[in-house]
Design a protein around this ligand. Structure first.
Ligand code: S3P
Length: 187
């Protein structure tokens, strides 16, 4: 774990944003964190689907990736104006330049993982348009990681290496990074 900017105790914290490539564990760790902190959980991908009235593969197919990115940026800004939420961001949130300063203003956690781990976790890649037609899932994810890794690292105040770690362990590490006392029923 490498803190890159000051970490505020959760009580101070506007929002916790989870970032990382597809398969990094954001959607399993998010609910655990939200529950422990009594924060609202926001799944940005689901919000985009609701807003655009279709599933992510259809959004990419019918409206194009730029429409998806536009809505993603709009909703990130919208939710970051609120407080006390765990925001599970889609893996590509950092590719839109205007999103990165917004993420830096939150308590943003990068869930880092190797391409091998990511490939194991995403399986066939179903429901993820950017993994469609990947010949080798590991190589494809390694390419995306090369493009995005710097953006993840510069957007996050907390970095957790998640290889070989279970979601509960990852959530505990984040809470430790936040300096948060756990509830009566610890994770
Ligand atoms: C994307 C990741 C997906 C989703 C969309 C694009 C990406 O979210 O937002 O398919 O660009 O990496 P998850 O990281 O939650 O799978």
């Amino acid at each position: 774990m490498a803190p890159a900017s000051p970490i505020h105790p959760a009580t101070d914290t506007a929002n916790i944003c989870l970032i990382g490539l597809m398969g990094s564990g954001k959607s399993t760790v998010g609910p655990l964190l939200a529950n422990q902190l009594s924060f609202t959980l926001v799944d940005l991908d689901s919000e985009i689907e609701t807003r655009l009235g279709r599933a992510i593969p259809e959004i990419f197919e019918q409206l194009g990736e730029s429409a998806f990115r536009h809505e993603e940026a709009r909703l990130l800004k919208h939710y970051c104006a609120e407080k006390h939420q765990v925001i599970d961001c889609g893996g590509g949130v950092v590719v839109t330049p205007e999103n990165r300063p917004i993420l830096r203003q939150q308590t943003t956690v990068y869930l880092a993982a190797s391409p091998e781990t990511l490939a194991r976790r995403v399986g066939s890649g179903k429901g993820r348009p950017l993994l469609k037609n990947a010949h080798s899932m590991i190589d494809h994810l390694a390419g995306l990681l090369r493009e995005r890794e710097l953006f993840y690292r510069e957007s996050a105040g907390i970095i957790i290496e998640t290889d070989h770690k279970k979601p509960l362990t990852i959530a505990r590490k984040i809470l430790t990074g936040l300096n948060v006392e756990q509830k009566a029923h610890p994770l």
